[in-house]
Design a protein around this ligand. Structure first.
Ligand code: PHE
Length: 331
């Protein structure tokens, strides 16, 4: 049997003759190996052991012959394999995403400000009026608190449009909220930036979007001056936008800074506003429990989209949030 099987497998020269030999010798029903196995029952007890050993020997010899033939014929059953398939060809590259330009900008800004010693801090996007207004010296009747200019959350209490109710919440309209949160938690000296989303119900156009990002900066120490503020902003601007960038401070008003300025950069011959800044108002220090006679500080808030747009020559803020890959892939 062993010799027959050996020669049958050795002489198999295509899939068909190989398959015929396989069925003839190792077939589960009519295979000759099976026949021999069936006869084992008739072997007298004292010879069973030797017969069993012999059978196993033959079995494994046949198996080896079968495998040798299989690999010689190219892997045995290749019926399901496409003969044109070439496993050595490089594969298809999977399409993977990449980092959104605004996230790239945020990382870049954190790096530049980090080099000047500003540590990144975060605050919640859903805020209470204390952090978004009250502690920032924005009084009850101030237009900045108007429901038409803010996204108040429709909690049961706030729905009444009684904006003084306990538990009232809104989507923060500025990252200045984080100034308050940090000063409530820490003691000076403080040197932080906070980059994140803010929300205002603006009609979207080329320069407005109801959600955008701000970079807030806060420095509190002894004897901080407006000159320090201007230097930090100038160093930042030249690092991010290039050495030839021109920066301008325009007198302005914010309830939480005194004096206050608006920060403009020259863009294609035009002064464009990038945000606000100023020296921390004593009322803000009082709200967080600092002594305004002991410490001074400055704060600034710049629009991240505008910075990104100026650096990359983007002309429509809506492109950043369109999800259009043809646009996003350029970054
Ligand atoms: N929070 C102001 C705004 O959103 C910007 C600002 C920040 C102004 C810090 C002064 C100081 O317009």
């Amino acid at each position: 049997l062993q010799c027959d099987a050996q020669s049958a497998f050795d002489s198999a020269d295509d899939a068909e003759s190989f398959e015929a030999a396989r069925v003839a010798f190792t077939g589960a029903k009519k295979g000759r190996l099976k026949d021999v196995q069936k006869q084992m029952g008739a072997v007298p007890n004292e010879e069973k052991k030797t017969a069993g050993l012999k059978l196993n020997e033959v079995k494994s010899a046949i198996q080896t012959a079968l495998e040798t033939a299989q690999s010689r014929l190219g892997g045995g059953d290749d019926s399901g394999v496409d003969p044109t398939f070439d496993p050595t060809l490089p594969g298809n590259r999977p399409i993977i995403g990449h980092i959104h330009p605004i996230t790239q900008t945020i990382n870049h800004l954190m790096e530049i400000m980090g080099r000047m010693g500003f540590e990144a801090a975060e605050g919640p996007e859903v805020e209470d009026p204390w952090h978004n207004f009250v502690a920032l010296n924005i009084p009850e009747d101030h237009p900045a608190r108007d429901p038409l200019d803010n996204f108040y959350l429709a909690t049961a209490a706030a729905a009444k449009a009684d904006r003084n109710v306990e538990g009232e919440q809104l989507l923060r309209s500025q990252t200045s909220t984080v100034q308050i949160r940090i000063m409530e938690e820490r003691q000076p000296p403080i040197r932080i930036i906070s980059l994140g989303r803010v929300y205002r119900p603006d009609q979207p156009d080329a320069t407005h979007f109801p959600m955008f990002h701000q970079m807030e900066g806060l420095l509190v120490d002894k004897n901080v001056t407006m000159a320090n503020l201007k230097t930090v902003l100038r160093v930042f601007a030249t690092n991010y936008l290039g050495d030839d960038v021109e920066i301008r401070f325009r007198p302005s008003f914010f309830p939480f800074t005194e004096p206050s300025v608006e920060v403009d950069f020259l863009w294609d011959g035009t002064w464009i506003e990038f945000g606000g800044a100023g020296m921390i108002d004593p009322n803000v220090f009082k709200a967080v429990g600092y002594d305004p006679d002991e410490v001074s500080g400055f704060a600034f808030g710049l629009g991240v989209e505008r910075l990104c747009m100026r650096r990359h020559g983007i002309t429509d803020i809506r492109d950043l949030y369109s999800g259009d890959l043809r646009f996003l892939r350029q970054f």
